[in-house]
Design a protein around this ligand. Structure first.
Ligand SMILES: Cc1cc2nc3c(=O)[nH]c(=O)nc-3n(C[C@H](O)[C@H](O)[C@H](O)COP(=O)(O)OP(=O)(O)OC[C@H]3O[C@@H](n4cnc5c(N)ncnc54)[C@H](O)[C@@H]3O)c2cc1C
Length: 386
């Protein structure tokens, strides 16, 4: 891919070939955009998009996220047929556990909002939870919310599918091509300087995940998001027995069973310092194993086969950074997606392409704009894992 020379100029340069950059590039090309160039300093799936748990859900506490994710799940549903690649999408539901009355009340309020928006979410008591996952220890669980239509995908083919189809539609994709600098004239970006040469650019989309603050700093734009390592692991394959993706919003523990039978999961670790670190630790394994086996004692003897990590791009209010930057009008952000950017990429790509090509102004480009931090309009979302 990177053996070809870079073009001299591009209408749109997307920095980052993770799921977000590729979904935007694919959708731009799908709606007829030309001269779209995607650059990535590493390899496909090298960032968070190749390192995540593949969870896809519409259970959220804010109306924006519920609406967006309903559409994103519909796009996931048709992805395999449309993109001609198997993404192992399994709609086996998400089960969120509450271990306190306060958390249970939050889940109930979110469930009511989700029902208003057409989701089949319902609240389960410990007996109902046991029916769904008999192996769960519910002795300290107060309630849970369950939406049978949420699911899990295998992230890699999702990334490959977007990359292949985007290129088929004319997008130029260069991996192993790092953007070192952004050139400007006045307040506008005029080009990107890479380790393989320079490209003139009419607009730049920053889809660099946790590396985004590094990139925008080149033009003096300070993002409020910060990178944080998040670890995850998978076990030896087991005979299928676990239906839903299980999440505990209190501890940040989550796990699901992949279609190959592995238990894939992780847990929040507030002691991880800020930084672009993708290492693995024994401390995580101990923390995860303790929490997992407390929740599912039956998994006590299961062997871990693989452990890895990736970077969350954490924003102070738990919501992404999307849309144009006021100070640099041809710089667009698609970053700050925390631990849920994978599931949002299908709908974000579509909205972005419509915004750039047809001037559509989705309300969330205002709501999630960087300027909310200067204006003090911070948002809230309580159903965040990790
Ligand atoms: C362990 C873990 C579990 C997760 N679980 C889930 C989940 O279950 N569901 C979910 O929806 N989300 C999950 N996420 C979050 C999700 O993976 C991310 O939000 C999403 O992948 C972000 O996609 P992205 O394209 O913005 O970033 P990335 O995939 O990180 O891509 C950014 C790309 O930009 C490139 N880049 C950076 N700087 C430059 C530069 N200067 N020049 C060129 N290229 C550059 C990088 O090489 C990288 O490939 C998880 C994340 C982790 C780490």
């Amino acid at each position: 891919m990177s053996a070809r020379p870079l073009p001299e100029d591009a209408r749109t340069v997307v920095v980052g070939a993770g799921i977000m950059g590729l979904s935007i590039a694919y959708n731009l090309a799908r709606f007829g955009a030309e001269r779209v160039l995607v650059l990535d300093g590493g390899y496909l799936c090298g960032g968070a998009s190749g390192r995540n748990g593949g969870g896809v859900r519409a259970q959220w506490s804010s109306e924006t996220n519920i609406r967006l994710m309903r559409r994103s799940i519909a796009l996931c549903d048709e992805f395999a047929t449309k993109m001609r690649i198997n993404v192992w999408f399994r709609r086996s539901g998400y089960l969120f556990l509450a271990r306190s009355d306060e958390r249970a009340r939050q889940l109930e309020a979110s469930c009511a909002l989700q029902n208003e928006h057409g989701l089949s979410t319902r609240i389960l008591d410990p007996t109902g939870i046991k029916k769904l996952v008999p192996q769960l220890d519910v002795s300290r669980v107060v309630a849970a919310s369950h939406n049978p239509d949420d699911g899990v995908v295998f992230p890699w083919p999702f990334v490959w599918g977007y990359a292949r189809e985007a290129q088929r539609l004319g997008v130029e994709l260069h991996t192993h091509t790092r953007v070192l600098d952004l050139e400007t004239e006045g307040e506008r970006i005029t080009g990107v300087v890479t380790d393989r040469g320079r490209v003139r650019a009419e607009r730049v989309i920053c889809a660099a995940g946790a590396w985004s603050p590094e990139l925008t700093r080149k033009v003096g734009v300070e993002l409020p998001s910060r990178p944080h390592r998040h670890e995850i692991c998978s076990t030896e394959p087991l005979k299928p027995f676990l239906e839903p993706f299980v999440g505990d919003l209190g501890t940040g523990l989550y796990f699901s069973q992949s279609m190959r039978g592995e238990i894939v999961g992780g847990i929040s670790n507030e002691h991880v310092p800020e930084g672009l670190d993708q290492a693995s630790s024994l401390r995580f394994l101990a923390l995860y194993a303790r929490s997992l086996t407390r929740a599912m004692p039956i998994l006590g003897g299961v062997r871990v086969l693989r452990q890895w990590s990736g970077c969350y791009d954490l924003t102070p209010d738990g919501n992404p950074l999307v849309g144009p930057v006021d100070e640099v009008p041809n710089l667009y952000l698609a970053s700050g997606f925390m631990g849920h950017g994978f599931m949002m990429a299908p709908i974000m790509g579509e909205l972005y392409a419509r915004h750039l090509l047809f001037g559509e102004e989705p309300e969330l480009f205002e709501r999630w704009n960087l300027r909310r931090y200067a204006q003090g309009n911070l948002l809230s979302e309580t159903m965040i894992l990790g």
